[in-house]
Write a protein that binds this ligand. Structure first.
Ligand SMILES: Cc1cc2nc3c(=O)[nH]c(=O)nc-3n(C[C@H](O)[C@H](O)[C@H](O)COP(=O)(O)O)c2cc1C
Length: 221
C-alpha cells in the first residue's frame, strides 16, 4: 500500500505510529511556579546528541477543553524538567499518569509514585524509575499543524544529570534484560525490551565507543 494524505490511509486504524515503533517513553516530571508537581508520558521522544546529551519530545495536541499541556506550560515557566524512563513494572502507574486531569492535580500522588529529589534541577524524579535524565529547557520548535485547534511542538532539553539505578549495571554496562524499558507501539500496544543482540559495525575501529561494544559482544559469544 501507499498513501500520502495522513487521514486517507484506507485502513481501519491509522498505521503511522505502528510503523515508527518501538518508541521510548519520556515520562516527564515538571513543576509549576507554585511547586505543584506534574508527571506525564510522551512517546514522541528520543535522544538527539550525546555530547552534550540532548533529548527531544513532543507535547502536541491540546488538553481536552483547550490550552497547552501542563508539561509544556511548566517547562516554559521554569526552564527545567526530568525525563524519567519507564520500565515494564511501572506500566500501570505510567498509564495512570497520562490522565487528563486539572493542572492542580499531582500525578505522582495520583499514580502512587514517590518524588525523589533531583541534583541539578528543581523538579523531582520518579524514585521508582530505574533511570532519569535531569534536563534544562533549551528551546521549543513550533511544528506545522493541520488542526487549527492543536499545536505541535518539539521541546529540546540539555541533560544536566543522569541517574541510573545500580541494580541494572553489570560489568560496566546497563543490562537491558534487568532494565526492561517499556516502549510504545501503535494503537494501544506496548512492548518491552528484554532480548538483545549485537552487530559489529564495518568501520568500528574508528570509534572507541564501538571498540568497547565489540570487546563485550566477543566476550558474550
Ligand atoms: C504512552 C503514552 C505516550 C504519550 N505520548 C504523547 C506524546 O508524545 N505527545 C503528546 O502530546 N501526548 C502524549 N501522550 C498523552 C499525554 O500523556 C497526555 O495528554 C497527558 O495528560 C499530558 O499531561 P500534562 O497535561 O500533565 O502534560 C501519551 C500518553 C501515553 C499513555
Amino acid at each position: 500500500m501507499f498513501y500520502e494524505d495522513p487521514r486517507n490511509h484506507g485502513l481501519a486504524y491509522n498505521p503511522f505510529k505502528a510503523i515508527i515503533a518501538p518508541r521510548p517513553i519520556a515520562w516527564v516530571s515538571s513543576q509549576d511556579t507554585e511547586g505543584v508537581l506534574n508527571l506525564a508520558p510522551y512517546s514522541f521522544f528520543n535522544a538527539m546528541a550525546e555530547f552534550p546529551p540532548t533529548i527531544v519530545f513532543a507535547p502536541n495536541n491540546p488538553r481536552p477543553g483547550g490550552g497547552r499541556k501542563d508539561t509544556l506550560a511548566n517547562i516554559e515557566a521554569t526552564n527545567q524538567f526530568v525525563v524519567n524512563l519507564c520500565h515494564y513494572d511501572l506500566r500501570d502507574q505510567m498509564n495512570t499518569s497520562s490522565a487528563h486531569v486539572d493542572p492542580e492535580v499531582d500525578e505522582f500522588a495520583l499514580s502512587g509514585l514517590t518524588p525523589a529529589p533531583s541534583v541539578n534541577v528543581k523538579p523531582p524524579r520518579v524514585k521508582e524509575a530505574l533511570a532519569a535524565l535531569e534536563c534544562e529547557f533549551m528551546f521549543r520548535v513550533r511544528l506545522p499543524s493541520t488542526n487549527p485547534k492543536a499545536e505541535n511542538n518539539a521541546v529540546f532539553g540539555k541533560v544536566v544529570g543522569i541517574h541510573i539505578d545500580d541494580s541494572i549495571i553489570v560489568d560496566g554496562r546497563v543490562k537491558m534484560e534487568l532494565y526492561r524499558p517499556l516502549s510504545r507501539l501503535g494503537y494501544m500496544d506496548y512492548s518491552v525490551v528484554d532480548n538483545v543482540f549485537a552487530i559489529d559495525r564495518p568501520d568500528q575501529d574508528l570509534d572507541s565507543y564501538d571498540k568497547t561494544a565489540r570487546k563485550h559482544s566477543d566476550k558474550d559469544k
